[in-house]
Design a protein around this ligand. Structure first.
Ligand code: DAT
Length: 173
């Protein structure tokens, strides 16, 4: 039994995952697990995909590497994909959403290549990650939150923090 919840924060690149996770980790003491960093530093990949500028992830190795930690609870998992994590590990899935013109500006500011930028915009418009989350987890644990503005981000953080407080009350030993 976990005494602290595990939360996935997912969404298209540029939606605000890192910013949300860092603030949540600071405010709550839960640990921010950026899967991109884990994949890179613990070598859970089969090399770098030059066309899309990302690691080719070895999902089995990734799960093996993080299993012991995540099963203890208290992690905020930050990744643009979520279905790989077993249902039994996860208590809440937050899918951040953003307006496509806002996303365009954020990815442009990151100097994304045109093909990568377009692929991510399409993915956001088609709600790919929201659908992935809904397909992989029970609908009552999947929450869709807007992340267009700083005010929306503040509200999201408050909402997730109260969810964590309630989870802890309800799951106290
Ligand atoms: P991700 O980790 O999903 O790729 P990020 O946290 O790095 O996204 O955010 C991308 C950029 O957008 C970064 O400069 C911070 C900014 N940003 C994120 N969420 C925001 C929000 N709700 N309001 C304003 N700016 C935001």
């Amino acid at each position: 039994m976990r005494t602290q919840p595990n939360i996935i924060v997912t969404g298209t690149p540029g939606v605000g995952k890192t910013t949300h996770c860092e603030t949540l980790a600071q405010n709550t003491g839960l640990k921010h697990m950026a899967i991109n960093d884990v994949v890179k530093s613990r070598e859970c990949h089969d090399g770098w995909d030059k066309e899309f500028g990302c690691w080719i992830v070895d999902e089995d190795k990734l799960l093996d590497v993080i299993e012991d930690e995540v099963k203890q609870g208290g992690y905020i998992i930050d990744w643009h994909a979520c279905e790989v994590f077993p249902k039994s590990w996860i208590d809440l899935v937050v899918v951040l959403r953003v307006d496509s013109t806002v996303l365009y500006d954020r990815l442009k500011a990151r100097n994304y290549a045109e093909n990568k930028l377009q692929e991510n915009l399409d993915s956001e418009i088609m709600e790919v990650l929201l659908q992935e989350a809904r397909d992989a987890y029970d609908e009552e644990i999947v929450v869709e939150l807007r992340s267009d503005t700083a005010e929306e981000m503040e509200n999201n953080i408050e909402r997730i923090e109260s969810w964590i407080t309630n989870w802890k009350k309800n799951n106290a030993a």
